[in-house]
Design a binder for this molecule. Structure first.
Ligand code: ASP
Ligand code: MG
Length: 488
């Protein structure tokens, strides 16, 4: 039995919070926890500032930031355990300082150097969490090097499952030999050339599910600072509530669409292996949080959450000869992909006639250039007149589980009641996506949440009443322990 417990930045944001995390970890000691930790909150941003100061050759700024970071981790250590001499931490702090002082401005301007600098947040938190668990009387095996093998795409590395399995399994075996709890850094990986990489901002969730998959863990619990996955962003829709349960498909869609709770790619490794994935609140550890699972009768057909996406644009070709342009859609997509433009959605209102592609707005000019180049001949011959970029759009995505016509009708009705006319819509079994005018996004989120999602979720899953579904019991701690027992 293995469970991976991941703690996010705010859950390890101070000595106090790290001590609280250690308490949660040791409560589950008999379930063989493997801990994955983020950097203390704010530290990754500060490290990126540090990289900037080195790149600009501003040694005064570098020294100030360095001192602040060292102090911050020392203060946390003292809060965790004033009796410990923190030798292990001091050693790592020293390595950190030597490393930083050895960097040239050119090093710190390169993606490779930036990743190495950014990696220290997690590497400095590991000894703190380890010290806090040790203070509770448990043996610990802190790993300050990455457990994840990746390629060499700095800043957004792609994991190598086989290598990860090798490294993680070995680390766990070594920890088990001495009966210790393995404590590992999130966010970071190691490339074939032994360079440190990162999995992208917020990547500790992804690290946790990758490590859990590599170790064939029974469960991966993501501890954050809210009570799970919400029906909407509570800052936009104050009545939003935590969902007791959601499917991998819907949670994955939410993450990809920009909901902040989970890293974009983090759901996939869990979905692949079918492990229990939970989002829990380290500030309220008794709350059942959200369980993410394959499918459950309880939520079948339900719209579960809504998320908005700004910063998108439609790009289309304009001209009387679009329909006569050979392979126009295919060429558009390939040209955009070759230029590394992220394609959010494709639309062909009339098949093969007026292809439109929804892209990230920040890539509009890159995309327009790529299309001008691809269709240069058609422009010269007058078939096409221009590439049109429409920035006045946004996306609104309703996610759910096996959404059918009644959920779609209910969403439609909600939008109609607010006089919102989508420019386009696309359906999948776990999501309905609306392309809207930009001004319509917030009203759309609100009316979809109030009229379509919340009533459906509340009717099926009344607040405060835990429910059971097969072996999955999304109750509090007692229920989680039952889940663990049944997984034995
Ligand atoms: N520390 C990293 C970040 O701030 C990764 C994470 O916290 O998930 O992006
Ligand atoms: Mg996070």
């Amino acid at each position: 039995m293995t469970i991976v417990m991941k703690f996010g930045g705010t859950s390890v944001g101070s000595g106090e919070r790290i001590a609280a995390a250690a308490k949660i970890i040791t409560q589950y000691a008999q379930a063989d926890p493997v801990v994955v930790t983020s950097a203390m909150s704010g530290v990754t941003n500060t490290l990126l500032e540090l990289a900037g100061s080195i790149a600009q050759n501003d040694s005064a700024a570098r020294d100030t930031i360095l001192k602040h970071l060292i102090e911050k981790h020392r203060v946390a250590a003292q809060h965790i355990n004033a009796k410990d001499n923190w030798e292990h931490l001091e050693q790592i702090l020293q390595n950190f300082e030597v490393f930083i002082r050895g960097l040239t401005p050119a090093d710190a301007a390169e993606p490779k150097g930036i990743d190495s600098i950014a990696s220290w947040g997690e590497r400095l938190t590991v000894p703190l969490v380890a010290g806090a668990v040790a203070a509770r009387g448990y043996a610990v095996a802190p790993a300050v090097t990455p457990l994840i093998g990746t390629d060499e795409t700095f800043g957004d590395a792609t994991p190598d499952a086989e290598k990860t399995q090798r490294i993680a399994t070995e680390a766990l075996q070594n920890a088990k030999k001495i009966n210790a709890i393995l404590i590992a850094p999130g966010y970071i990986g190691v490339s074939p050339n032994n360079h440190i990489t990162t999995l992208g901002r917020g990547g500790s969730d992804y690290a946790a599910t990758l490590i859990a998959a590599a170790l064939n863990a029974n469960a991966c619990w993501i501890y954050t600072d809210v009570n799970g996955v919400f029906t909407a962003d509570p800052r936009i829709a104050p009545q939003a509530r935590a969902l007791p349960i959601i499917t991998y498909g819907a949670a994955g869609r939410l993450a990809v669409s920009g909901a902040k709770v989970l890293h974009q790619r983090s759901v996939a490794p869990a979905a692949r292996t079918g492990m229990e994935l939970r989002v829990l609140n380290s500030f309220e550890p008794e709350h059942p949080g959200t369980i993410i699972t394959r499918e459950a009768k309880k939520i079948k057909g339900l719209p579960l959450a809504v998320v908005g996406r700004e910063n998108v644009a439609i790009i289309r070709l304009v001209g009387s000869g679009v329909a006569e342009t050979p392979k126009v859609f295919e060429r558009m997509i390939i040209a955009l992909a070759k230029a590394s433009v992220a394609i959010e959605m494709t639309i062909a209102p009339i098949p093969r006639h007026d292809p439109e592609v929804v892209i990230d707005m920040r890539q509009s000019s890159l995309a327009a250039e790529a299309l001008m180049k691809e269709f240069a001949i058609e422009y010269d011959s007058g078939l096409l007149d221009s590439v049109l970029v429409d920035n006045d759009v946004s996306l609104c995505i309703v996610v759910g589980s096996s959404l059918g016509s009644s959920a779609i009708r209910s969403a439609r009705k909600a939008l109609e009641s607010a006089y919102i006319n989508p420019i386009n819509e696309a359906y999948a079994s776990d999501a309905v996506t609306y392309l809207l005018r930009r001004k319509d996004m917030l009203p759309a989120i609100l009316c979809l949440h109030q009229q379509c999602i919340l009533p459906a979720v509340n009717a099926r899953m009344p607040i405060g009443r835990p429910y059971k579904s097969g072996q999955w019991a999304a109750g509090g701690k007692a229920a989680r322990q039952r889940t663990l027992q049944s997984a034995h």
